[in-house]
Design a protein. Structure first.
Length: 140
């Protein structure tokens, strides 16, 4: 596994393919407590899907953009590795979208979910990150 899916409004104004590659590199660089690679290259997938139809905020402003990131990994990694993964993904996202963020209203949400090894067990959200300058426009 890991599977990272990105959904974004078509007006995002950034190179999403380059972001996918940066996120793959970020995941491949995560190491466990013994220094071993956490996420295998053969199982890594980063995919992005644009939303051609959308409404962000009040839906009245075509320049308002949004990106949603959902990373699913198999349970069993330490809390420290899960937190590091989430922190590093958010850092990569923030760095990549900073040029857009500094000039346009945009919201970003990132969820990291743990997929159970055996079913039936629930999927657990283990990390949540947000980066948003839309709330300032709407007062919350």
């Amino acid at each position: 596994m890991p599977l990272l899916v990105i959904q974004y409004t078509a007006n995002i104004g950034t190179d999403v393919t380059a972001l996918c590659r940066k996120l793959a590199e970020t995941l491949l660089s995560v190491r466990d407590e013994q220094g071993g690679q956490v996420y295998p290259e053969g199982g890594l997938k980063v995919m992005a899907f644009p939303a051609t139809h959308y409404a962000v905020g009040d839906g009245k402003h075509d320049e308002h953009a949004f990106m949603y990131f959902m990373l699913r990994i198999i349970e069993g990694r330490s809390e420290a590795v899960v937190k590091e993964t989430g922190d590093r993904i958010m850092q990569t996202i923030r760095e990549h979208i900073e040029p857009v963020f500094s000039r346009s209203p945009i919201g970003v949400t990132f969820h990291l979910e743990l997929q159970p090894i055996a079913t039936p067990k629930p999927i657990v959200m283990a990390y949540e990150g947000r980066h948003n300058n839309l709330r300032a426009i709407y007062g919350r």
